[in-house]
Design a protein around this ligand. Structure first.
Ligand code: ITT
Length: 196
C-alpha cells in the first residue's frame, strides 16, 4: 500500500519514513509540484484534514492513502500559545529557529524558567474509502533555553515527563517511543490495517 505524506516539514518526513516500515512511504513532493496549502482550520484536526484532502485531490493514483500531520506545542501558562500557530509563531514563513527563539524569549520576558507544556499531533488519513483522524499527545515542560540538536522545531526547549534532558539532547529512540506523533501513529496504524 502506498502512503503519500502531505507535509513539507523535513523533520516530519524523516520521522514518518523511519517509523512506518511496512508501507511504501513518499513525501508528496515526489508525486507533484509542491504547492502552498492554506491552513485555515480552527483545530489541529481541521488543519490535518485540510492538508490531506488538498494532496489527495491532486493525486492521479487514487489507490494511494494520503497521510498528513498537524501538530504543535501548547503552553498553558501562555493560554495555550503557540498551539495551532506553532509553525508561524514568529510570523508567516518564520524559520523553526525564529519560532523557538520567540517562545524562549516570551518565557524569559515573563521570568519563567520552566513551565508545563504539551505537544499535540493530529494525523489525518484521506483515501477513496473515506477520511479518518486520530490524535496523540506528549506532556512535559518547556524551559527558557535551548539545549541539544536532536529532533526539530521546539525540541531543544522541551523536557518530556519523567526525563531531565530536552528532546534536543535525548536519543531519537526516546521520541520514537513517546512522542505525540508516535502515539497518534499507533492509532493511525490501526486505521491503515482496517483499510487493507
Ligand atoms: P506541514 O504543514 O507541511 O506538515 P509545518 O511545519 O507547517 O509542516 P504544522 O503546521 O503542523 O507543520 O506545524 C507544526 C509546528 O509545530 C512545526 O513547524 C514545529 O515547529 C512544531 N512541532 C510539531 N511537532 C514537533 C515535534 O515533534 N518537535 C518539535 N516541534 C514540533
Amino acid at each position: 500500500m502506498k502512503i503519500i505524506l502531505a507535509t513539507s516539514n523535513k523533520g516530519k518526513v524523516k520521522e514518518f519514513q523511519a517509523w512506518i516500515h511496512e508501507y511504501d512511504v513518499h513525501p508528496f513532493s515526489d508525486m507533484m509540484e509542491p504547492f502552498e496549502i492554506e491552513e485555515n482550520g480552527a483545530t489541529f484536526k481541521e488543519n490535518a484534514l485540510i492538508k490531506a484532502r488538498a494532496v489527495f485531490e491532486k493525486l492521479d493514483d487514487k489507490s494511494a492513502i494520503v497521510l498528513s500531520d498537524d501538530s504543535g506545542i501548547s503552553v498553558p501558562f501562555l493560554e495555550g500559545e503557540p498551539g495551532i500557530y506553532s509553525a508561524r509563531y514568529a510570523g508567516v514563513g518564520a524559520s523553526s529557529q525564529a519560532n523557538l527563539d520567540k517562545l524562549i524569549q516570551t518565557l524569559k520576558d515573563k521570568q519563567v524558567q520552566r513551565t508545563p507544556a504539551f505537544y499535540t499531533a493530529a494525523i489525518a488519513l484521506v483515501c477513496d474509502r473515506g477520511e479518518f483522524c486520530v490524535h496523540g499527545w506528549m506532556h512535559g515542560e518547556a524551559i527558557s533555553e535551548a539545549r541539544g540538536h536532536n529532533g526539530f522545531g521546539y525540541d531543544p526547549m522541551f523536557i518530556p515527563e519523567g526525563f531531565t534532558h530536552t528532546l534536543g539532547e535525548l536519543d531519537e529512540n526516546v521520541k520514537k517511543k513517546l512522542s505525540h506523533r508516535a502515539r497518534a501513529l499507533e492509532l493511525a496504524r490501526l486505521v491503515l490495517k482496517s483499510l487493507q
